[in-house]
Design a protein around this ligand. Structure first.
Ligand code: GLP
Length: 245
């Protein structure tokens, strides 16, 4: 594991964006696994700046997102497809046909999970998977469970995730309670995993993920077994880890 501690969110975002840029510069047709949530927003801003400055070219890049709320389509501004379009894809020279997010509107669970796994198979491997972490240690929408998941699947969200993510929904909006998500095995198959975290709220999850027992009760703990894990986190997110030294 390579661990980069940054002073704050801005530095975390710059550092992580630099790593993604380097991946694309070294391999212009990279397959990037992308994440949503508030944590990667600064990274995407930096990538957009990199594109505008002429440092990064997305024309050959392909992307595959971790997850999508079940029941939300691209026209819904809370959907992860909408998030990706408005926070990254609409601002860089990526071909939208090369971007993939599970289809939250597909009612047939088996069909959608097979379809997304086929998309992943056709891409022949994710070069770099960006990951945030949930307060309960989830990655993608893989919630604490009795076993590690494999491929794309339907997931009922944990109450702690509903509590955490409902802050992003307006009062009049109904937050979905389930999602489609890439499985843990698919995430682990990525050549490089880039885990990012900021703020005190993530300190316990980061400590458990990086130093605790490897258990599906803390899905991110499996990342300890990844051969090429890069962690970029700010001082607050690493505070419990540092206290432990
Ligand atoms: C959601 C996403 C995760 C993300 C997590 C943390 O649950 N499915 O991929 O890592 O939120 O979000 P935030 O970065 O807003 O804390």
């Amino acid at each position: 594991m390579q661990l980069y501690q940054t002073k704050n969110y801005e530095e975390m975002s710059k550092k992580a964006a630099g790593i993604i840029s380097a991946q694309v510069i070294l391999k212009p047709d990279s397959v990037l696994g992308l994440a949503t949530g508030s944590t990667p927003l600064g990274i995407y801003e930096n990538l957009i700046d990199g594109y505008k400055n002429g440092d990064i070219d997305f024309t050959q890049v392909k992307t595959v997102n971790l997850d999508e709320y079940k029941g939300l389509g691209s026209e819904n501004k809370q959907s992860y497809r909408h998030f990706m379009n408005s926070n990254l894809f609409d601002h860089v020279n990526i071909n939208k046909e090369n971007t993939n997010v599970p289809n939250g509107l597909e009612e047939n669970i088996e069909f959608e999970c097979d379809r997304y796994d086929n998309v992943l198979n056709d891409l022949a491997g994710v070069d770099l998977q960006l990951l945030g972490i949930g307060n309960n240690g989830h990655i993608g929408f893989n919630e604490p469970a009795d076993s590690f998941t494999k491929g794309t699947h339907y997931e009922a969200l944990a109450q702690s995730t509903i509590d955490a993510n409902s802050r992003l929904f307006e009062e009049c909006e109904v937050m979905p309670t389930s999602a489609y998500t890439m499985g843990i095995k698919t995430i682990m198959d990525a050549k490089t995993v880039l885990l990012v975290a900021n703020g005190k709220g993530k300190a316990k999850a980061i400590k458990e993920a990086l130093t605790g027992p490897i258990t599906p009760k803390v899905p991110a703990s499996i990342l300890q077994m990844h051969k090429n894990l890069i962690v970029v986190a700010d001082e607050e997110a690493l505070s419990e880890l540092n206290n432990n030294k």
